[in-house]
Write a protein that binds this ligand. Sequence first.
Ligand code: GTP
Ligand code: MG
Length: 345
Amino acid sequence: MHFVDEVEIELIAGDGGDGCVAFRREKFRPLGGPSGGDGGDGGDVIFVATTRLGTLMDLRYRRKVAAERGEHGRGKDQYGKAGADAVIEVPVGTQVYDAETGELLFDFDEAERPEVVAHGGQGGRGNIHFATPTERAPRKAERGTPGERRDVRLELKLLADVGLLGFPNVGKSTLIARISRARPKIADYPFTTLTPNLGVVHRDVDRTFVVADIPGLIEGAAEGLGLGHRFLKHVERCRALLHIVALDPDPEREPLRDFDALNGELERFDPELAARPMLVALSKRDLPETREAEDALREQLRERGHELLVFSAATNDGVEPLLDALERLLAEHPDRPAPRSEPLE
Ligand SMILES: Nc1nc2c(ncn2[C@@H]2O[C@H](COP(=O)(O)OP(=O)(O)OP(=O)(O)O)[C@@H](O)[C@H]2O)c(=O)[nH]1
Ligand SMILES: [Mg+2]
């Protein structure tokens, strides 16, 4: 499935139909009473969020979404039919911005709650409404008002409880595959994961949380290096972060330096992100070199105010305590962060 998290589209609500000027035909009177009906209202453009979708892909090639116009009113008191609404499903986590001003217009953070994103015009009144005692044969009717048109930009930000962060290859995808039914690709080369994946962790029937596997970030991500901030923004709506570090065969890389580098990226991207509740975990505990490095790293992180958890997704060692700690952290931070009002450039 292709992952598309940004689209721009034009929304065109239906114009209202015009009211009609018509008269009854009666045998000996050229102009009977007025009989022009009202125009129908134009259709609205309505978005509704659904959990069935995880991408904005369906909208990618749809440059515009238009609702039907209202029919014009007709003679013999006939009203025009209202135009049909255009109802579009978007994934939960979709935000709608005004494409010109950047203003946040709608935040679809809940499923099945429809919103009118562009209002249809109103039908004009027909001449049946304009008869008065002195003007028995009014030639007047209203035009329908135009439907709202607006250019919007849709941004999808995955709504996960926990965002998995880390350099490429630290084992993010292996962990999400271990703790949920998500089956991302796993491989020993960097940037295996190219698009975020969601996994639902079931701890008990009524205790679940959603984890997002964010593609590997590297130094310079806030400036667009690697997969860049295209994915950093998905972290924005996560209640908590799990920052994973690992020993890497590359001698240039070192867990503590990776940790500081990624935090620096978060900070540069959005200081609020760097302040998000965070757990730090060292992965691949099954490897002897990891166990050797564990204590020193724990000490270094303590100086930075973080506890270190250590786990192996390969053997499951330490995974349950890690999930317990995540659950506790989420319980302490029950609210989802509010959306930012400016879209990202
Ligand atoms: N020994 C050991 N290897 C692991 C463990 N977890 C992951 N790996 C290996 O590390 C490599 C990278 O794992 P991934 O899960 O693809 O890493 P990732 O963080 O998702 O990487 P990107 O998607 O590239 O950012 C793979 O070869 C995994 O098999 C672990 O607990 N122990
Ligand atoms: Mg991966």
